[in-house]
Ligand binder design. Structure first.
Ligand SMILES: [Zn+2]
Length: 116
């Protein structure tokens, strides 16, 4: 069974793919084994058998997660784009300023990955 861990590579923050006992980074090719117990993912997330199928499932799952992220945070993103401060946005959407600053970082990352 092939499993995927998003952004777990300690070298490049890439996604790790597991097949049996070893983990391999999809981005830089680094191997990790024996598996770090902290790297064990939730079981049963990905069930495809072929490697190509798994990559497609991985990308599809990632894309869906991104879509729901944009949907969930669109009001906050609109506020960020209007140049509001974390404190003002936090008041507006009734979230903590820490949450807003985290979403601000994710926004930069997600915009970067959307333009890939
Ligand atoms: Zn890597």
């Amino acid at each position: 069974m092939v499993l995927v861990q998003f952004k777990k590579c300690t070298k490049c923050q890439g996604d790790l793919l597991s097949d049996g006992d070893e983990w391999r980074c999809l981005q830089c090719g680094r191997y990790y084994y024996p598996p770090n117990t902290q790297l064990h993912p939730e079981p049963g997330c990905y069930g495809e058998n072929s490697e190509v199928g798994n990559v497609n499932v991985r990308i599809e799952g990632h894309r869906r997660a991104l879509v729901s992220w944009w949907e969930r945070n669109k009001k906050i993103i609109a506020c960020i784009d209007r140049g509001m401060s974390n404190k003002d946005i936090a008041k507006e959407v009734r979230r903590s300023p820490d949450t807003i600053s985290k979403i601000r970082v994710e926004l930069v990352e997600n915009r970067a990955s959307a333009s890939e």
